[in-house]
Write a protein that binds this ligand. Sequence first.
Ligand SMILES: Nc1ncnc2c1ncn2[C@@H]1O[C@H](COP(=O)(O)OP(=O)(O)OP(=O)(O)O)[C@@H](O)[C@H]1O
Length: 323
Amino acid sequence: MEVGMTVLETEALTRRYGSHLVLDGLNLEVPAGRVHALLGPNGSGKTTTVRMLATLLRPTSGSARILGHDTVREAAHVKRNIGFVGQYHAVDPRLTGTQNLTMVARLNGYSARGARRHADDLLERFDLTDAAARQVHTYSGGMRRRLDIVAGMVVRPAVLFLDEPTTGLDPHSRNEIYRYVRSFVEEGTTVVLTTQYLDEAERLADTVTILDAGRVVATGTPDAIARTVGSGLDVVVLDPHRRGDVAAIVERFGGRPVDSPARDENAPLRLTFGFDGEPATLLPILRALDAEGIAVQDIGRRRATLDDAFLALTGRPTEGIPA
Ligand SMILES: Nc1ncnc2c1ncn2[C@@H]1O[C@H](COP(=O)(O)OP(=O)(O)OP(=O)(O)O)[C@@H](O)[C@H]1O
């Protein structure tokens, strides 16, 4: 398949549950060999969207096509060209890694011997050989998630859907998953993933759609979206009663205050600002704070998070995103 050719497109894709509009007219186009991320807080409609794209749920109206085939009328054809890895484990915990992958390969038409060989190859490629003979219930969360994703790749699909592939994983396991996703893409698979993390989208995706309660609030490259938000500045001061003084000083240097809830009367105070200045501008801020006798525990620039992007794009904070 030629890179750049459209493999997935939707037209006014919509899903309701009763009177609840969960996805409101999504128009999306994903070219071959790219990674597209659907980004949004809990309940924004990400899972509903990928389930419709993967033929697992019927749209209420609108349509989606994969490789030019309609996901409802030509579902059987679409199914042959996609892989889907949901949020919950699809592998059988009582079977070993090898048995799970062999079973998936057999279900997809491999001979007994071919299935075993393919399973062994995949387990080796994805660093699971040592655990191959163990029942999956003995695996760590990260290993289990990896096996889930590998199971979605047994028949190398043209399009792979990953629903929150790294939620709940430690940073090491996350990095491993990013590495695999990149290797699939290098081999020509197009990936559509959902995530609650802007940094994940930035690291993996070529293009992003941010959803809010079923509507698209932004779409484009992660870079462009992060740029609309700007970066931030965190200042932690020891005396929580100096909030007003700190804010006034940082604003003088171009900081835009972001609501920073007071936590504990006696704990150091963390104040967050929108801030586009260069790192070198931190020194004068520190000096000014020092001149006012404000003890600073920490000061640092930080990258925009999904919360920042969301706040900037919708004017209200996200709900339910884990800290
Ligand atoms: N079968 C269903 N019946 C009724 N409402 C549903 C059903 N499935 C999902 N919803 C509702 O649709 C909305 C979007 O859910 P969806 O799972 O698509 O969101 P999400 O962005 O994937 O969030 P999460 O990160 O929690 O999976 C939610 O308000 C949810 O309660």
